[in-house]
Design a protein around this ligand. Structure first.
Ligand code: ZN
Length: 314
């Protein structure tokens, strides 16, 4: 009996040694991929499946407009074979991180080939950016249209296939499954909007994150803050929005997961509009929250929007 037991212990230890030595090729090594923020992280996980290991830089409820990378981020970048970013000047902090990390990874822009919307200007000094740097005026929040999300997914599928040609069939199959889910999701969003009376399809959000959603689904969102959270809303912007809410009888104002609620609470208080819940604009919630994936985020948002806008005044 002693012998047998000793043999088992020895083989278990041997097994561990093998597992810890990937160069022996016993376990398939996963493709190390970095995604710049949580929504992209979800897309990469869905398309990559079990062939990839995804590190997300700006995590749940994080604001990618104003992110400060950590040493762990630089390490993940250095180890990555592929880095997936949004582009359209969303991740202003990224070029420095690429440089400081010394990464040799391929950089893939998920918005490649999309027609960007122009950021709305004219809010006093917005659009110039806080430090007056020469940012483009493209609106980066393209994922808020599900048709665009499908372009993101196709770009990610192509980038993964180029980085790991052996996985091409797997990435193609995962993308096809996911794209069908996105088609169904888009149908749900359109049906929900159709249930809101046309004259009530309008609301206030904190920052201008829903331009693509507005254009795709036919609803009007007004925001005191511009397309980046970098610049503060001025008292004049807030006053203008309060007058607009009253004049146009805008039914609801929404909180956002990445912005301070104070501004929207003030607008609600001074205009008499109700607070219609919290929308996820630029980041998912954690897995336990209401918006742990892109699909859950869009379902949560449309459900909050419908609840707040569909019913007339009590
Ligand atoms: Zn934003």
């Amino acid at each position: 009996m002693y012998h047998r037991r000793a043999l088992l212990v020895a083989s278990a230890a041997f097994g561990l040694t093998l597992a810890a030595a990937p160069s022996l090729g016993f376990a398939q090594e996963k493709l190390p991929v970095v995604a710049s923020f949580s929504i992209l992280g979800d897309f990469v996980k869905r398309v990559g499946g079990d062939r990839v290991s995804v590190t997300t830089l700006v995590g749940p409820d994080g604001d990618a407009h104003v992110y400060a990378p950590t040493p762990a981020d630089a390490k993940a970048m250095a180890a990555a074979k592929l880095v997936v970013v949004n582009g359209l000047h969303f991740e202003g902090w990224l070029p420095r991180l690429v440089k400081s990390s010394g990464t040799k990874a391929v950089l893939a822009e998920a918005t490649k080939g999309l027609m960007p919307l122009e950021a709305e200007e004219g809010h006093d000094d917005h659009g110039k950016g806080k430090a007056g740097h020469a940012h483009g005026h493209d609106d980066p929040h393209a994922w808020q249209s599900i048709a665009n999300a499908k372009v993101y997914v196709a770009n990610i599928r192509n980038a993964l296939s180029a980085a790991d040609p052996a996985g091409q069939a797997s990435y193609a199959a995962n993308a096809t499954t996911y794209l069908a889910e996105l088609d169904a999701l888009e149908g749900e969003v359109k049906a929900a909007i159709a249930r809101i009376p046309a004259d009530r399809r309008k609301a206030i959000t904190t920052h201008d994150a829903f331009g693509y959603f507005v254009k795709a689904y036919g609803i009007e969102f007004v925001a005191p803050q511009g397309v980046s959270t970098e610049a503060e809303a001025s008292a004049r912007d807030v006053g203008r929005i309060i007058r607009q809410v009253k004049a146009q009888k805008i039914p609801a104002v929404f909180l956002e997961n990445v912005t301070n609620p104070r501004l929207v609470e003030q607008i609600a208080r001074e205009s008499g509009a109700k607070i219609g819940g919290r929308l996820f604009s630029d980041a998912l919630s954690d897995a336990a929250g209401p918006a742990g994936t892109y699909i859950r985020m869009m379902k949560h948002n449309i459900s909050e929007i419908e609840k707040a806008l569909a019913a007339g005044p009590a």
